[in-house]
Design a protein around this ligand. Structure first.
Ligand code: 4AD
Ligand code: MG
Length: 484
């Protein structure tokens, strides 16, 4: 008999009044089994939905040996009749006529007990997708990927594939994983002791990309609007609940987009994704809302209603310093020119404005070389968004800060002037040998353009209400951990 997925079986009620239900075959894993008065009840799940289907069987009709082998975690093929269920909370159940054990599962199964800690589940990441919570998270993760592709496709963006192996460092932060085929114990060096890469696979030093942006800009300045969606790699030794060494990033890049339009895009895009989750992941969100975070759905709906605050960095610093004067304690300083720590971002979003904030016009000192420079004033300051004045040089970076997450998007308008970009590169003493092609875009028909990067896992954190980024990707990569 052809297999029916549980999600479909639960929708397909047998014909009422006929007394006999339709014949059906389901396959899946046993979540639980209990028995009473010669009848056994199995909760079977096949991953197609958070919901289990109930299998009811008569002990007397099955070999004792078979019934014994129906243990938590075992994989079954069940044939039977789909009937209306007398039990509360489920429309239908299956009265089993035949049960085949496809895979036994003994009592060493690591997911035996309910309520295992997140830390423990990470040690059994090969099996945790079979739990209710991880099933829900992974189905939502899939749905968010569909939302992202649909959004960009519907808005006329082209999916542009940027390389994962690269000879350049987009963010200039130097936290890249090297790619080599050389014997690391026998590297050739020049007289100064510098490693020679000329006989390495690519003939030069290469790494895994930290961002597809620079190549994305090449796409945008040809196709008009592109987006990337792929893995990125960062060797930052950040053991936090918000950082992974391998994470997925979505990077749209658009020609002729200015600062205001960039912020419109960031806001519209995130809201679209959140709405998609509410519309398409109802069962999983209701489960997470009940089990993980009682205010999850309310928070998701709340974001849709809010207009995001658009806040120049300088004003943000003023608000933080005012808070400090009023007794608020932060671990890190927040003077003009300091990079904001997540405690600062969260104060602005969660306590001060109580809604998402798009922060703009960051100091040049801690932002990347490619960002559009704001007009400087004779006294060394600058003029930015809506004429806001800053005491030092600023750039048109536009990051989105979210409740309970902090930075979810990092974006900017890009500097399109060849002279200004070159001056900035020289000011930073950057080696541009590997970025000559990037400068070319400013030489040949340069155009205003802008884009951003959304950390996919940070979006999933927000949408699921989970607390640790290691628990929203199937197999997390973090310092000291590359298992599975
Ligand atoms: O702010 P970032 O570093 O920006 C860029 O890489 C730009 N080149 C993007 C662009 O403009 N096209 O990273 C973008 C986003 C962050 O806002 C954050 O959501 C996520 O990527 N992110 C991380 N997520 C998980 N683990 C990490 N280690 C992350 N680092 C950044
Ligand atoms: Mg950033």
């Amino acid at each position: 008999m052809k297999r029916t997925k549980v999600v479909d079986a639960l929708k397909a009620l047998p014909q009422r009044g006929s007394g006999e239900g339709a014949d059906i075959c389901v396959k899946g894993w046993v979540r639980s089994k209990r028995g009473s008065k010669g009848i056994f009840f199995i909760a079977l799940n096949d991953g197609s939905t958070i919901k289990n289907i109930q299998i009811v069987g008569d002990d007397a009709k099955f070999p004792e040996e078979t019934v014994k082998r129906i243990t938590t975690g075992a994989c079954l093929c069940v044939e039977g009749k789909l009937v209306e269920s007398p039990a509360a909370g489920q429309a239908s159940e299956i009265q089993a006529t035949a049960i085949e054990i496809l895979g036994d599962c003994d009592n060493t199964y690591p997911l035996q007990k309910k309520g295992a800690s997140w830390e423990y589940l990470r040690t059994v990441a090969h099996l945790r997708p079979r739990t209710n919570t991880f099933g829900a998270i992974l189905r939502i993760r899939h749905n968010m990927a569909m939302a992202i592709h649909t959004y960009f496709h519907e808005h006329g963006y082209f999916y542009f594939h940027t390389p994962l192996i690269t000879a350049s460092d987009c963010e200039g932060a130097g936290n890249m994983f090297q790619v080599t085929t050389k014997n690391l114990y026998d590297l050739k060096k020049d007289e100064q002791g510098k490693i020679l890469y000329n006989d390495d696979f690519f003939g030069e030093q290469t790494s895994l990309t930290v961002s597809g942006q620079l190549e994305g800009e090449l796409g945008a300045t040809a196709l008009g609007a592109i987006y990337t969606f792929g893995p990125t790699f960062r060797a930052e030794n950040s053991n936090t609940p918000r950082h992974l060494a391998e994470f997925w990033m979505i990077e749209p890049e658009v020609a002729f987009l200015d600062q205001e339009e960039l912020m419109d895009l960031e806001e519209d895009f995130i809201k679209y994704c959140v709405r998609w989750a509410l519309d398409n992941c109802k069962d999983d969100l209701e489960f997470l809302n009940k089990m993980i975070d009682k205010s999850l759905i309310e928070r998701l709906e709340g974001v849709l209603k809010e207009t995001f605050v658009r806040l120049p960095y300088t004003e943000g610093i003023n608000i933080l310093q005012e808070a400090v004067r009023n007794g608020k304690k932060f671990e890190f300083p927040c003077n003009w020119g300091d990079d904001l720590a997540s405690e600062h971002e969260r104060y602005l979003v969660e306590e001060h404005f109580k809604k998402p904030v798009i922060m703009t016009d960051y100091p040049r000192s801690f932002k990347s070389f490619y960002m559009k420079q704001n007009q400087e004033t004779p006294d060394g300051g600058s003029v930015g968004y809506k004429g806001a004045v800053a005491p030092g040089p600023t750039m048109q970076g536009t990051d989105v800060l979210f409740p309970s997450i902090g930075e979810i998007i990092g974006g900017s308008v890009r500097e399109e002037s060849y002279d200004k970009l070159l001056a900035e590169v020289e000011r930073r003493e950057m080696d541009m040998t590997h970025l000559w092609w990037y400068l070319d875009t400013r030489k040949y028909g340069s155009c205003p353009h802008a884009g951003f990067g959304l950390g996919f896992e940070r979006l999933i954190l927000f949408v699921t209400g989970m607390q640790n980024i290691r628990d929203v990707i199937p197999f997390p990569r973090t310092p000291g951990n590359a298992q599975f």
